[in-house]
Write a protein that binds this ligand. Structure first.
Ligand code: DC
Length: 223
């Protein structure tokens, strides 16, 4: 049985950086589940599917083939042999991903892709429903959070560094809060802190301190 470290939390809480570092330290595979929802959203937009129409999105999701392959310390994703790259990080995708993620058929499909990844090895999986719905029995479950201001500041810096957008901090914060609201109030697998998950608030922690807060709470035999 593979070990799974499950990390949930709102956008910009630092899940990706923390998950990547822990995966590297332990030799686990890093799994970015949000990227699967982003790929689904990107493909809907490319193919002209109305993301506000759940039936249309469900039909499209049933057909879409996403290849998941272990590669260089992570699970990499391909559509028709092509890696999506930074296209899925654009503000346009941010604006529609939460809608697509409300569709039950999309969630079921992505949950089964994620569940099958344990066949590739030990995992660090980050997302919104990993601790509650995908791997609820993992002994290493974390809810990583931070204030809206800290999250918006980090996301804006990241967007500028990657050269993918130049929104003001206020606009980034508004977009984060809107997504938080949709993610935490949706009917299927909403974002919430799971019973028994360890909460880590990174508002006033450095990245290294946040990583240590998670590592300190892993089962001893995993460290
Ligand atoms: O973590 P992210 O910003 O890349 O996630 C993109 C979207 O996907 C976000 O709106 C929440 C959704 N998501 C989800 O519903 N469940 C997950 N396990 C991961 C992401």
């Amino acid at each position: 049985m593979a070990n799974v470290i499950a990390i949930d939390g709102p956008s910009g809480a630092g899940k990706s950086s923390v998950s990547r570092i822990i995966a590297e330290k332990l030799g686990y595979l890093h799994v970015d589940s949000g990227a699967l929802y982003r790929i689904m959203t990107w493909q809907c937009l490319e193919k002209g599917i109305d993301t506000t129409n759940p039936e249309a999105v469900a039909l499209f999701a049933a057909e879409l083939q996403i290849e998941c392959r272990p590669e260089a310390g992570r699970i990499a994703y391909y559509i028709g042999g092509e890696a999506p790259g930074e296209r899925i990080r654009m503000p346009e995708i941010n604006a529609h991903a939460s809608e697509v993620a409300t569709v039950k058929e999309v969630r079921d499909k992505i949950t089964s892709l994620l569940s099958a990844m344990t066949e590739s090895g030990n995992l660090v999986v980050e997302g919104r429903d990993i601790t509650t719905a995908v791997f609820p029995d993992s002994p290493a479950r974390f809810y990583l959070t931070a204030s809206a201001e800290a999250r918006a500041r980090r996301r804006q810096k990241e967007e500028i560094e990657k050269g993918i957008a130049s929104q003001s901090e206020e606009d980034v914060k508004a977009s984060l809060l809107k997504r938080d609201q949709i993610d935490s109030t949706r009917k299927h697998a909403p974002l919430k802190k799971a019973d028994g998950a360890v909460e880590v608030d990174s508002s006033f922690l450095t990245l290294e301190e946040t990583v240590m807060a998670v590592m300190d709470n892993l089962p001893d035999s995993w460290k």
